[in-house]
Ligand binder design. Structure first.
Ligand code: ATR
Length: 284
């Protein structure tokens, strides 16, 4: 076996890179809450080792999370898949029973719970603008569409990617309002935001400390009813601007928490101890 097998672990996060992942500290706080010990590890797997990992997991694990870049690559190996994971071509959680893989994505419910907790917003009839159309936006957009969102506006640097996502969403949900524009199109972007309850920042702009903002921030001026959620886990330029201009906002750390809580419940059928898991994340 080329990847490092886990000692005493029944669960793990699979990825490449994976060293930075805080999921073990978060999930182990949950497992320890129920007296199950620290049974969640991390596994770095190269693409050519994926099939080998799958065989290892079937025999040795009870479940695993999947992070970049394998959320789509794992799909051919699963035995059953939830609708939202199938539609979004994205799996972040697998439960293993008798060697069979049951796959789902908890990214969408993680985001929806964070929006509920921070802004008291429900997905049903929600009008939402995405800045970005990458993997994270796609998983969230499909979850929103599957759960009755009213309008989905997508602004992306490359228009083609937004158009493709929109076309797939509209094919599956013909009555859904779904419109796209280029992220640099100030006029259309302003129009989307004006019509939206929530703006989800899902580009990678802001991950690095010296990054700028993904779009011209003054288009947010006067949007006193808008809620801004940045999937990045820290205060980005966008969030700083919101703080300084009295716009409701939150960073992505609670999405990580709530997707982890949903994974925990999917595996164990027990209520996730969210406070303990949050503490685990904060200690990480
Ligand atoms: P993730 O899985 O985190 O969503 P991803 O699938 O690589 O990551 O998507 C990254 C997103 O950030 C995309 O929407 C990407 O835009 P493109 O589709 O045009 O590539 C966006 N992005 C990355 N760098 C950007 C930049 N400098 N300006 C604007 N958008 C950017």
């Amino acid at each position: 076996m080329n990847f490092e097998p886990l000692k005493n672990c029944k669960y793990a996060v699979l990825g490449n890179p994976v060293a930075h992942s805080k999921s073990p500290q978060m999930q182990n706080a949950g497992f320890e809450f129920y007296g199950m010990g620290s049974i969640y590890g991390k596994i770095h797997v190269e693409r050519e080792e994926l099939a080998e990992f799958v065989e290892y997991a079937r025999k040795n694990l009870s479940g695993f999370n999947i992070t970049v870049p394998y959320k789509q690559d794992i799909i051919p190996f699963v035995d059953r898949i939830s609708d939202v994971a199938k539609l979004s071509h994205s799996v972040n959680t697998v439960k293993i029973e008798n060697g069979r893989f049951y796959a789902t994505s908890t990214d969408g419910i993680g985001l929806a719970t964070a929006l509920q907790v921070h802004f008291n917003k429900e997905v049903k009839d929600l009008k939402v603008t995405f800045a970005g159309a990458g993997g994270a936006a796609q998983a969230a957009a499909w979850y929103f569409a599957c759960n009755g969102a009213g309008s989905i506006f997508i602004a992306n640097r490359s228009l083609a990617k937004a158009e493709q996502l929109s076309a797939e969403l509209k094919k599956a949900f013909p009555v859904l309002e779904c419109v796209v524009c280029e992220l640099s199109d100030r006029e259309k972007m302003s129009d989307f935001i004006k019509k939206s309850d929530v703006l989800i920042q899902s580009t990678s702009v802001g991950l690095k400390d010296d990054d700028g903002a993904p779009f011209e921030l003054d288009i947010l001026d006067g949007m006193s009813d808008l809620c801004v959620y940045d999937l990045i886990y820290k205060e980005t330029k966008l969030l700083k601007y919101c703080r300084q201009h009295g716009i409701k906002h939150a960073n992505g750390s609670d999405m990580l928490l709530y997707q982890g809580a949903a994974s925990f419940e999917f595996w164990t059928n027990r209520k996730a101890p969210v406070d303990a898991m949050r503490q685990g994340l904060e200690n990480a």
